[in-house]
Design a protein around this ligand. Structure first.
Ligand code: ZN
Length: 308
């Protein structure tokens, strides 16, 4: 083996900030517990909108320097989560943010959306064969909400997992490795509805111009689809407290993505200024591998059943 910890978790995301919003608690928890946590981000998020007026000049339609700035935000977020292994697919700048679906940026040369699937996947195969993770976390086939880079990240992650295990495939990229468990990021509908009810109840105390709706949350599914749930020990089911160390780390990591996210207490907003609940617990659907919990029960550990 390569001297890495026994438990190894790999997360694949589209843009800097997606990892903190979706998996901040999970990443902080496993890093604190001594597992190897590795993040592969597929683009620099060059097409993101910029929230702080003082940084508006970074945007793609002005200086087009947002990507480099977000590399720094991601590094700061990873420091908050205690994660030291974070990489960009194919190296920083190899693939560019494709913008929202239907925009001309989708077909711009170098855009991730237009990348050859197997060529992009090969970069990830090399990471998988190096780190040999037991657990992979990525998006569902819709990318959670239809953003081209999120859809593509899903496709690349699933394809790379398949290729990494194939004995005959590219031995120059390392020894074959089969990932034991693959999860998609999910949010149970009841948790989303409860979160927005809490937001509405907070009324004028919510420090954002508007309040979003459950439709703004990616990856929402009926509760019975959820197979795993990760949170701070002692947090209540609804996760409304935000009191635990991992939730605090998640909020700090989200705050580090200052061009993209405004955080205030248990709420946050993206560039649309619509408040959303900051979820203290994170939820997953196991799509490859055997569940480590009894039928009908949720796993409380993504490594459950993998024998490490
Ligand atoms: Zn994203």
């Amino acid at each position: 083996m390569n001297g890495l910890p026994a438990r190894r978790l790999l997360l694949v995301h589209a843009h800097p900030d997606d990892e903190s919003i979706n998996n901040g608690v999970t990443m902080a928890k496993y890093a604190a517990e001594g597992a190897h946590v590795a993040l592969v981000t597929c683009t620099l998020g060059e097409e993101g909108e910029v929230i702080p007026p003082g940084l508006a000049h970074l945007a793609a339609d002005r200086d087009d320097t947002l990507g480099a700035h977000r590399v720094g935000e991601l590094a700061a977020a990873m420091a908050e989560l205690g994660v030291s292994d974070h990489r960009f697919l194919g190296g920083a700048g190899r693939f560019r943010d494709s913008g929202m679906m239907g925009l001309p940026q989708n077909t711009r040369p170098g855009a991730f959306w237009g990348a050859d699937l197997d060529e992009a996947a090969a970069y990830l195969v090399e990471v998988i064969r190096e780190l040999r993770p037991q657990v992979l976390v990525t998006y569902d086939p819709d990318g959670g909400y239809g953003h081209p880079d999120h859809i593509k990240a899903h496709q690349v992650a699933m394809r790379a997992a398949e290729l990494a295990a194939e004995k005959a495939y590219r031995r120059d990229l390392g020894e074959p490795h089969a990932i034991a468990k693959i999860y998609w990021n999910r949010v149970p509908r009841s948790v989303v509805e409860e979160g927005f009810a809490r937001l509405r109840a907070a009324g004028e105390q919510v420090p954002f111009p508007g309040v979003g709706s459950p439709g703004d949350v990616p990856g929402v599914v009926p509760d019975e689809r959820i197979t795993a749930e990760i949170g701070d020990e002692g947090d209540d089911e609804a996760g409304s407290g935000g009191s635990g160390a991992y939730v605090a780390a998640k909020a700090a990591a989200m705050r580090a993505h200052a061009t993209q996210i405004a955080v205030d207490g248990p709420f946050f907003a993206l560039s649309n200024d619509l408040a959303q609940p900051l979820f203290a617990r994170e939820y997953y659907e196991l799509v490859v591998g055997d569940p480590g919990a009894a039928a009908g029960e949720r796993e409380r550990d993504l490594f459950a059943g993998v024998g490490v």
